[in-house]
Design a protein around this ligand. Sequence first.
Ligand SMILES: Cc1ncc(COP(=O)(O)O)c(C=O)c1O
Length: 394
Amino acid sequence: MKRETQAVRGAGDLEKRNGPMSTPIFQTSTFEVADNDEQVRLTGSDHYYTRYGNPTNTIAEKTIAQLEGLDAALTFASGMGAITTTIMALLQNGDHIVAQRDIYGGVNKFLSHWLPKMGIETSFVDTADYDQHARVIRPNTKLLYIESPTNPTLRVVDFKKISALGKQHGLLTMIDATFGTPINQRPAEFGIDIVMHSGTKYLGGHSDLICGAVAARRALIERIWETRTTIGNCMDPHASWMLVRGLKTLAVRVARHNENAQRVAEFLSDHAKVRSVHYPFLTSHPQHALARQQMTGGGGMVTFEVEGTAEDARRVTEAMRLFTLAPSLGGVDSLVSIPVLTSHLMISAEERARMGVTDQMIRLSVGIEHADDLIADLEHALEAVSSPEHVHVG
Ligand SMILES: Cc1ncc(COP(=O)(O)O)c(C=O)c1O
């Protein structure tokens, strides 16, 4: 089945000839059994105890696995839960990780502050410098961790190169593919082992739930499942039902996000008060050719720098009406945020400079409203940038 069909029908039972059209919510913590033999048989299934699994969660998980073209998937209470549980499941004391420098701030914090407590070290490398990735690999390196496109700079990582490096050194490769969505890119087709999403964003799609998902080959998923069950990082069935409902419209939403974001990025590129625009499907993007090879759409995220000061960036975001000032992304409603005041607030100024995250940067999560209205909102808001004679550089 094509992705559009998988998103809508993928995990449903197409053979069933009766019953509800919508996925039932198994809003239960536990499951009754006929006798103790059955009790033992069902241990570890999705009809035992909801921390282990739940049929509503199973539908979401099967749909995500199909969309990613991987054996199996698991859902978690949040995107961070998906990342932390997966890494704790697959690595142990004494192991080493190679991770890109520009990854989501929460992951950076987990790798640099939490994992050392468990005896796991991370070397951070420049995102597009694959020689540097290779140079820091040690005998105890177990995992290559990437994010693509990156937040908020929208750099695109070469999946083929990362996968080849992983195979050459016997490492697992893991991607945070939240910005890419399984509609615009399928990293597993390029050999990436573990594909993770903050389902809070595009998979749910309506800014109304928090969840995470990980897809991989079955043997890895079994190990991650053991850890998820022990740590208790499972998703509530009601939230799973909302995720399943969101997934049904993923393909149509992403198509519209792609179209709108392309128009917004082109508009911003021509604007005198805009210094730079970051969007993978703009021809000016440094990895535009790579983005076209491994993605079928540029996605809904656009980042730009105002031709002015940090104060100008604040004024622009506060002058917007349709783009709502809020962290997060991937929902049908357009959102705007300033990375240095949100996702990257906890990262030092020097580290931000190395990532290319500036004080003038504004990140847009372009929603599915009409592009004309979004552009009109930006046009109006950019009037808040001071005229050049009032700009204080520095
Ligand atoms: C790229 C990316 N990865 C992971 C996360 C964490 O996901 P969650 O907030 O669902 O824990 C976020 C959240 O903003 C994100 O933007």
